[in-house]
Design a protein around this ligand. Sequence first.
Ligand SMILES: Nc1ncnc2c1ncn2[C@@H]1O[C@H](COP(=O)(O)OP(=O)(O)OP(=O)(O)O)[C@@H](O)[C@H]1O
Length: 299
Amino acid sequence: MTALNIQHVVKRHGDLETVSDVSLTVEAGERVALLGHNGAGKTTIIKMVLGLMPISQGTIDVLGNHPGSAAARRQTGYLPESVAFHGALTGREQLHHFARLKSVPLKQADDLLDRVGLGHAADRRISTYSKGMRQRIGLAQVVLGQPKLAILDEPTSGLDPVSRHEFYDIVEEMAHNGSAVMLSSHALTELELRTDRIAILSQGQLVANDSLQQLRERASLPIRFKVTASTDTIESVSDKLGGTRVNCQSVELMCRPDEKIGVLSAITALGPVVKDVDVTPASLEELYRHFSRIEEKSS
Ligand SMILES: Nc1ncnc2c1ncn2[C@@H]1O[C@H](COP(=O)(O)OP(=O)(O)OP(=O)(O)O)[C@@H](O)[C@H]1O
């Protein structure tokens, strides 16, 4: 089921067009990452989806409802880029408040405080919380009531690496339970394995919208091999395979994706002199640069 359906959406501020003919869907249970440079139009799209900003052209359907309608809001969880809570309230009081607004049992709020790692600080005032702790309260209020659509704008800014990992575990759990999740981020490395689809915006236009695997196939960027042998055999390995010597034990090779199996066969044919092989396909960061650059060149 399609939870979010954005079709041919345009946003104009006077003469300035900041979102140009963007079409994007997010299915129930799917995690879609919205990527783009500063000013690419991510927050503008999110604001239109939430009904906080009027659409100049095109349509947005949120679970069969108009963006910003009571029905759409009831089923949507939102974590803004800069999350702000009442500093005088404790984490528990703040989350209980959201639970009452969402008509969710208070017990669920208490359980969520533990789930986001704030059980120990639940009865402390939010003014004493670090940025990461506030972000966790923000995530807890999104998860509260298991919304059918979750919109997360730069959700991991301010979180340390362990907290980021835990954050994506919770997002995964939400998607597993049927929520559609759209999140914007600049932290590409962490998104690689934790999202189902990547949508890349460049200057208001959607320049890519595929799974990581499909993006790799489309971009056809080189694959990197690092072949390790012993110091006394690396010279002959290097002579046979070519590539660049990176140290006294390793050679680095690059090839096109369609050459991968051939290169692997050549490495395997060298037999036990090869101690190790690392095969690294294009990273999301490289793909992101590739797709953003194509658009910049053509504009
Ligand atoms: N009310 C407005 N009037 C005029 N221009 C606006 C308005 N709101 C946003 N913009 C412009 O729209 C473009 C997209 O902004 P947006 O905030 O959506 O970018 P973003 O992709 O979220 O960037 P960031 O990663 O920096 O948060 C920017 O050029 C911004 O200046």
